[in-house]
Design a protein around this ligand. Structure first.
Ligand SMILES: NC(=O)c1ccc[n+]([C@@H]2O[C@H](COP(=O)([O-])OP(=O)(O)OC[C@H]3O[C@@H](n4cnc5c(N)ncnc54)[C@H](OP(=O)(O)O)[C@@H]3O)[C@@H](O)[C@H]2O)c1
Length: 207
């Protein structure tokens, strides 16, 4: 898997970046190539054309068999609509921030309607969920860890969780997910409005 980084846009530039990624990874093709962030329209009037030109290059890489699937990240509904109006090949994945208090409901609904799988990054809000009293309370009631609770929560919302740890024991423990959250528990977590609050608006900033 590889990402087209934020500062690269345009057909030729995308082709060059892809070749560099393959050279760095010493591979001939990628299973997935992801457009990491839409150009924020706050800074670029022609952001739609810039995204579309990169996407066209990605489509040609797909047609040439150099990429097996195409994806986007941090695309809001209007970014997806603008891309899809101009695209021949649709993204199969949209990777967006997802954790308690950042539910991305509009994006998830749109993606479900268009067969785009949603991957959720910062499942633990980059560690901030550990400071959320409601999450701490629910995890204690269920006898599971905060990390397990948030991971399971993402999965039950149809989101593929991307949980990160550099600690082998935590990675193993985070994967123990043999429990289910009932409707009431899901609703309690859905109702949490602040939980770190690091949501990044891809129309406003580049992250
Ligand atoms: N597409 C994008 O724009 C985008 C943006 C941000 C991130 N991402 C991707 O999403 C992935 C995860 O996001 P994230 O980095 O924000 O991470 P995250 O999974 O939300 O949080 C990671 C933090 O939680 C800690 N942690 C993990 N398990 C724990 C446990 N059981 N107990 C206590 N602390 C625990 C980790 O510390 P330790 O490592 O010390 O365990 C780390 O500080 C990354 O792989 C990244 O590539 C994508």
């Amino acid at each position: 898997m590889g990402k087209l980084w934020n500062d690269v846009r345009g057909y030729d530039e995308t082709m060059e970046a892809f070749a560099q990624t393959c050279a760095d990874l010493q591979v001939d093709y990628l299973d997935m190539y992801m457009l990491h962030w839409p150009r924020p329209h706050k800074y670029h009037d022609n952001y739609i054309e810039m995204n579309a030109a990169s996407w066209k290059a990605m489509e040609d890489l797909f047609k040439a068999g150099k990429v097996r699937s195409l994806a986007v990240s941090n695309f809001k509904v209007h970014h997806l609509e603008e891309l899809m109006e101009r695209a021949e090949i649709m993204p199969v994945v949209n990777q967006v921030e997802f954790h308690p208090s950042c539910l991305q409901t509009e994006i998830r609904t749109f993606c479900a309607q268009h067969n785009i799988a949603v991957q959720g990054y910062s499942t633990l809000d980059n560690g901030k969920v550990f400071q959320c009293p409601e999450i701490e309370q629910i995890s204690r009631e269920l006898g599971v860890s905060v990390a397990q609770l948030c991971t399971r929560y993402a999965m039950q919302h149809g989101v593929t969780p991307l949980v990160k740890s550099v600690n082998a024991e935590r990675i193993r423990d985070n994967l123990k997910l043999d429990f289910t959250l009932d409707v009431q528990m899901m609703q309690r977590i859905d109702a949490i409005t602040t939980c770190g609050g690091s949501y990044k608006d891809s129309d406003e900033i580049i992250f």
